[in-house]
Design a protein around this ligand. Structure first.
Ligand code: FES
Length: 147
């Protein structure tokens, strides 16, 4: 059911933890599964120099955040905002359909952390237009399965 990459990132997740006095912190949740993901960013000169995550979520959420944090580390804020859950999935070699929302959670948590950063610094990122960090998207609606 799960690819080797998912199992590997799940058993050996990268960038787990907390950044004290982070420049941006984002927390998102999924209403149906109840899972929560939190991302911490250290940003210097528009570059993400450090990123950590904590998740109270499933194995796919752990693997997705592990990959997502690796993908945005050392990148610019803009590049991080352009990270899509599709890249996360492809890096994981695929996710079961019912687990797609776990990768969306990682993408949303990064956006929420940058949103927090933009609020603190007054910086404006067009990529965040219309983004609402408090909106708990029901990503399960993308699949035809009832929980
Ligand atoms: Fe909800 Fe994975 S984050 S089941």
């Amino acid at each position: 059911m799960y690819t080797e990459q998912v199992m590997e990132h799940f058993t050996n997740p990268r960038n787990v933890g907390v950044i004290e006095n982070a420049d941006g912190v984002g927390e998102v949740g999924n209403v149906k599964c109840g899972d929560i993901m939190k991302i911490y960013l250290r940003i210097e000169d528009e570059v993400i120099t450090e990123v950590k995550f904590k998740t109270f979520g499933c194995g796919s959420a752990v693997a997705s955040s592990s990959v997502a944090t690796e993908l945005i580390k050392g990148k610019t804020v803009k590049e991080a905002l352009n990270l899509s859950n599709k890249e996360v999935i492809s890096e994981l070699g695929g996710l079961p359909t019912v687990k797609i929302h776990c990768s969306v959670l990682a993408e949303q948590a990064i956006k929420a952390a940058v949103y927090d950063y933009s609020q603190k610094t007054g910086k404006v990122y067009p990529e965040l237009e219309g983004f609402d960090p408090d909106h708990e998207d029901d990503h399960h609606d993308h699949v035809d399965i009832e929980y």
